[in-house]
Design a protein around this ligand. Sequence first.
Ligand SMILES: Cc1cc2nc3c(=O)[nH]c(=O)nc-3n(C[C@H](O)[C@H](O)[C@H](O)COP(=O)(O)OP(=O)(O)OC[C@H]3O[C@@H](n4cnc5c(N)ncnc54)[C@H](O)[C@@H]3O)c2cc1C
Length: 486
Amino acid sequence: MNSVVIGSGFGGIAAAIRLRAKGHKVKLIEKHPDLGGRARVFKKNGFVFDAGPTVITAPYLINELFELFNKNPKDYIELTPLKIWYQFIFEDQTKFNYSGNETEMKNQIEQLSKEDVIGYEKLVTFTKKIFDKGFTELADIPFDKPLTMMQQLPALLKLKSYKSVYSLVSSFIKNEKLRRMLSMHPLLVGGNPFTTTSIYGLILYLEKKWGIHYSMGGTGNVINGLTKLMNEIGVEIVTNSEVTEIITKNNKITGVKLNNEKEINAENVVCNADPPAFYEKMLNKSKTNPLFFKWKKNRMQYSMGLFVYYFGTKKIYENVEHHTIKFGNKYKEHLDDIFNKKKLNSDISYYLHRPSATDRSMAPEGNDCFYVLVPVPNNQSGIEWETEGEKMKDLVIRKMEKDLMPNLRENIIEDFYLTPNYFENELNTKFGSGFSIQPKFSQSAYFRFHNKSEIYDGLYFVGAGTHPGAGVPGVLSSAKVLDKLV
Ligand SMILES: Cc1cc2nc3c(=O)[nH]c(=O)nc-3n(C[C@H](O)[C@H](O)[C@H](O)COP(=O)(O)OP(=O)(O)OC[C@H]3O[C@@H](n4cnc5c(N)ncnc54)[C@H](O)[C@@H]3O)c2cc1C
């Protein structure tokens, strides 16, 4: 069986490995010279900048890929658990060290709000129930038939999936700082905590179940380890090649065409490119009447865009934790501006990554390596990033100087940034969204883009826009869904 995988994000690589384990002849085709997609790496003058994912959860999903071929993952990658998962900083400069140590968690919660300790315990118990259903039971099953969804609806409603994550957390927790902190998880997968279905509250428990890990050498080293595995098991990797057309006969896929005009025959095509953007380019070739599908696609709401500023400093900031999350004051209004009004707001919230806190190999000696991520509107906004990019860079440096890194500007020796334009033009995502479509209830499971194409026979999808959703565990699980379909 000949299979082609389009795109080398975590989802595409996992799909290629899983198909190979089933005995398929697999070609992995990537537009760029390097692999990883959102998880690719930029190296500049001794600094190693992981472009995207930094928080590794559910590491067993990565390990499984090596184990499929009886390989020891430790021969390829080194994952190390972190003690402090996130340091939260609030507008009044108070800090909270969020970790898997329940005693330390409860002590800090008690200092903020005594009555919320019991609420926190109840919240964790409730998120375990969501996790058991939403992750353990449903994350890797196909949702291509309405009946599968119907069967799950009663259980999902019992778990209050009609609520948002923020509203679920607020039903257990009174303190506003704690509410923000314990409901932030949708932001990690492109959703607004005020509108994302509470099913995504499962991430809170998922982190507790396996911990938060860091890949030594950066997340890019996981991609390197998986690339080594693909070479050993005979996945053919074709880089610098963009798929521009799918070739069909009577609505059955027969192959793909590359930008160099070369055609590759295949019985199965697995697409790891963003489904809405991909369908938009390829759909006009379909002979079926995809009216319902077009309606579904057109009503989709997209995740936020990302402004990511990568920088290296000539001094070491020992006071900065590996992962820092800073909430702006007008947090809810800020999110509303990003997701609904699609406009910029200077009261930004941000996530700061300092891998060199754990791994000195990420920066030259005596230097420090960072990226700071600011959620911004996606490209439905019409924002001119050519001019707004510099302004955003200036704003986020000023905020970081005020919050935790005085005189930062004069210590920066290497920097560059990415805006939603990069995600749209380089990574081929619709509207330059950071995480494909939003994780709302009306866009989850059956309502998301199906792993088995609704339109073409022999076409499958893995990655952030498909079931179960964005984030490394999500896209690795989407490749497990494929196992049951192909
Ligand atoms: C800045 C940032 C930080 C993040 N942090 C975390 C985190 O800490 N933890 C976490 O779990 N998740 C995180 N995420 C989310 C996570 O990175 C993504 O959900 C996941 O990596 C997406 O993988 P994917 O399989 O959907 O493919 P993608 O990474 O989207 O890759 C798709 C690939 O397809 C290629 N492609 C597209 N079109 C074509 C074509 N026509 N022909 C050939 N190739 C094509 C692209 O070049 C790309 O390489 C983060 C994301 C970002 C952007």
